[in-house]
Ligand binder design. Structure first.
Ligand code: ADA
Length: 573
C-alpha cells in the first residue's frame, strides 16, 4: 500500500504500478474471446491512471482490459488493489482469482501455491452504470474508469499479518491509554506453523506470545489490554504519532496511530475534552489531467493550500480518499470526514429499497473501516449524502449502517449530510447534524432565492432542533457556496458566476454561521472546480462544477483570500 512510511521490512512486496498493456472492449466480449489468457493486442498505459484522459476515451463507459507480467519467488501471494473503477475482475495466468465491486475502496485476493518465475496478471475494469450501480448515473462528478490507485503483489511467508487495528480507551485526564490490538493472522503455508507474534507501540511492547496455526488457517487475535502511561496526545496543534510494529518470525506490518478523543457534549464538539469549531472545506480527489488517479505530489500541494486558508478539517466528498492522503492529514493534524459514494439525488426511493444497493453500501462501509481504522485524523464517518431522508425508506438503511459504524468504527462521530433539514427523520441517529443548503445560489420552495433566506432558515432549524430534542447535537453546515468563473468580475454584487458574487456569498454565510450559537462548524463547497458528469447538464458550465474557491488547476479565485482572512480570524491563528 502506498504510505508516507515503510509499512513492511520483512515482507517482499512487488509493485504492480507502471506499464500495463491496455485494450478497450466496447462490446464486452473479451472474456468470451479468452482475453483473460492474454490480450490479442493493446497499447501501453501507465498505472495508476484513468482511461478517460487518454485521447479518444474521454466519454468511454464500458470494459477495459489490462495485462502485465511480473516475477515472483512463488508461494502465497496477496494481490492488493487500492482502487479499480468500478467492477474489477482479476485473473492470474488465465485463472480467475476474484471480483470486487466499488470504485473507492481497496480489496485483496490471496492465492496459494503460486510457482516461482514469471506470471501474467489480467484485470478487467468495468465502469458501466445500471440501475444497481453505486453511485447511480446522476452524480456531480465524472464517472472515470480504470486502475486508479496503486496495486501490489505481496509475497506472504509463514504466519503473516493481514491487518492490525489498535483500539484504546483514554483515562479521564487523557494521560493514560488502555490499549489492545486486533490482529488478523494468516498462515501462508500448507503446513502447521508456530511463530512468535509481537506488537509494539512506540517503545512499549503490548504483546509477545507464541501462536500455532494450521495450514492456510486465518485467525483473529485480540491482545489483552495494556495500560500505557504518559501518552502524548494527537491534536490539531500537536499531531503526535506513535509507530506500531506488529511482527511474526517471517512477516511484519508497520502503521501509525495517534491518541485522541472526539465526543459531543451539550451541543459542542470536543477534541481531547476541548471545544473545537470545525473550519472546513469539501474536497474531491480529482484533477482534469489525472482524474481520480491523483498523484501524491499534488495531494501535498492541495493540503498546503488548504492549510494556508486556515482550515482545520476536510470533508472527503464523496468517497474514501487515498490512504497516503490520510497519512498526510495524520501528520499535519488536519481532521477528516470520510464517507462512501452514496450521492443521494441519484438514488430513487425505489433503488433505496433494493437489497443489492443496501449490501453494496454496507460492504463499502466495512471496507472503509477496515482500511482506515487506525487514522487519528478521521473523526467523522459519513453514511451518505443527500438521500431521501424525508421519506421513511431511508431510516432502516441509516439505522443499520450507523449501528455498524458505532460498534466497529472506533472513536468517531457518525453523521449523514442532509439537504432537507426541516423534514429529515434520520438525524435522530446522528452524533452531529450536517446540513447541505445553497441559499443565494439555488432556489428552494418557500424561500425568495435571496441571501437573506439563510437567516430565515437558521431560525426555522432552531425551532426544529427544539421540537425534536436535538439540542445536544452540534450542527455543521456541511455544504454551501456558489459557482464562479475565474477571471469573470463585476461591479454589481448581484451578478452570478462572478468572483465577487461567490466571495460575498461565502463571507455572508461564514459570518452568519460563525455567530450562530448552535452551529459548530462549516465545510465550504468546494476546494476547487471539478469535472462533472454529463448527466448534470444544468448549471454545469464547461461540464465542470465551478463552485471551487480555486479553479481546477489550483489557481485561487477572490474567495480564497476572503476565506483565509475569516478562518484565521475565527481560529485566532
Ligand atoms: C450537493 C452535492 C455536491 C454538489 C453540490 C452542488 O449538495 O452534495 O456534491 O453537487 O450539491 O454543487 O450543487
Amino acid at each position: 500500500m502506498k504510505r508516507l512510511f515503510t509499512d513492511h521490512y520483512k515482507r517482499n512486496v512487488i509493485e504492480l504500478s507502471g506499464a500495463w498493456r491496455f485494450l478497450a472492449d466496447p462490446d464486452a466480449t473479451g472474456e468470451s474471446n479468452n482475453w483473460q489468457k492474454g490480450l490479442p493486442s493493446g497499447e501501453t498505459v501507465i498505472v495508476p491512471s484513468v482511461w478517460n484522459n487518454e485521447l479518444g476515451l474521454l466519454n468511454y463507459e464500458g470494459c477495459c482490459w489490462y495485462e502485465r507480467k511480473f516475477t515472483t519467488a512463488g508461494g502465497t501471494l496477496l494481490f492488493e488493489f487500492e482502487s479499480v473503477m468500478t467492477l474489477a475482475t482479476v485473473w492470474l495466468d488465465g485463472n480467475k482469482i476474484g471480483e470486487h465491486y466499488g470504485a473507492f475502496t481497496q480489496f485483496e485476493f490471496i492465492v496459494n501455491d503460486v510457482s516461482s518465475g514469471e506470471h501474467t496478471i489480467v484485470v478487467r475494469a468495468d465502469n458501466r452504470i445500471d440501475g444497481q450501480s453505486f453511485p447511480q448515473r446522476y452524480t456531480d462528478w465524472f464517472n472515470y474508469g480504470g486502475i486508479a490507485r496503486d496495486a501490489y503483489a505481496h509475497e506472504l511467508r509463514g504466519i503473516s499479518i493481514l491487518t492490525n487495528h489498535i483500539t484504546y480507551e483514554l483515562s479521564n485526564d487523557l494521560k493514560c491509554a488502555t490499549v489492545n490490538a486486533e490482529l488478523e493472522l494468516y498462515n501462508a503455508s500448507r503446513d502447521t506453523v508456530s511463530s512468535k507474534v509481537s506488537v509494539k507501540i512506540g517503545d512499549t511492547s503490548i504483546y509477545n506470545e507464541s501462536i500455532t496455526l494450521n495450514g492456510y488457517e486465518k485467525r483473529t487475535v485480540i491482545t489483552p489490554a495494556t495500560v500505557i502511561e504518559d501518552i502524548a496526545l494527537w491534536d490539531v496543534d500537536a499531531p503526535n504519532l506513535y509507530t506500531v510494529i506488529a511482527a511474526t518470525d517471517t512477516d511484519d506490518l508497520i502503521d501509525k496511530i495517534g491518541y485522541r478523543k472526539i465526543e459531543v457534549k451539550g451541543g459542542e464538539i470536543l477534541l481531547n475534552s476541548k471545544p473545537i469549531e470545525l473550519l472546513g472545506i469539501n474536497r474531491h480527489e480529482e484533477h482534469p489531467e489525472w482524474g481520480f488517479a491523483f498523484p501524491p505530489k499534488l495531494m501535498k500541494k492541495d493540503l498546503d493550500l488548504i492549510c494556508d486558508m486556515g482550515c482545520n478539517t476536510i470533508r472527503g466528498s464523496h468517497y474514501p480518499n487515498s490512504k497516503i492522503f490520510v497519512d498526510m492529514l495524520d501528520e499535519r493534524g488536519i481532521l477528516f470526514w470520510s464517507e462512501i459514494p452514496m450521492w443521494g439525488c441519484g438514488f430513487s426511493e425505489r433503488s433505496l429499497q433494493d437489497p443489492v444497493i443496501f449490501e453494496r453500501g454496507y460492504s463499502m462501509h466495512k471496507e472503509m473501516v477496515k482500511c482506515y481504522y487506525n487514522h487519528p485524523s478521521i473523526i467523522i464517518w459519513g453514511m451518505h449524502n443527500e438521500i431521501a431522508t424525508y421519506s421513511e425508506c431511508t431510516y432502516p438503511i441509516s439505522k443499520a449502517w450507523s449501528e455498524y459504524l458505532r460498534e466497529n468504527g472506533g472513536n468517531r462521530l457518525i453523521t449523514h449530510a442532509s439537504n432537507h433539514p426541516l423534514l429529515d427523520n434520520d438525524m435522530d441517529l446522528d452524533d452531529i447534524i450536517c446540513i447541505n443548503i445553497y441559499h443565494g445560489w439555488y432556489t428552494y420552495r418557500g424561500y425568495d432565492g435571496k441571501l437573506s433566506d439563510w437567516d430565515k432558515m437558521i431560525e426555522e432549524f432552531r425551532a426544529r432542533r427544539l421540537e425534536k430534542g436535538w439540542e445536544g447535537k452540534p450542527v455543521i453546515m456541511s455544504e454551501f457556496g456558489a459557482a464562479a468563473l475565474s477571471g469573470f468580475h463585476s461591479h454589481f454584487d448581484t451578478v452570478r458566476w462572478s468572483e465577487e458574487y461567490q466571495r460575498d456569498l461565502l463571507e455572508y454565510t461564514l459570518e452568519l454561521f460563525h455567530k450562530t450559537d448552535y452551529i459548530k462548524g462549516t465545510y465550504i463547497w468546494q476546494f476547487c472546480n471539478i469535472r462533472t458528469s454529463h448527466a448534470m447538464d444544468i448549471n454545469r458550465v464547461r461540464y465542470f462544477n465551478n463552485k471551487g474557491v480555486l479553479d481546477e488547476y489550483r489557481n485561487p479565485k477572490s474567495s480564497y483570500f476572503k476565506i483565509k482572512e475569516l478562518y484565521h480570524r475565527y481560529s485566532g491563528k
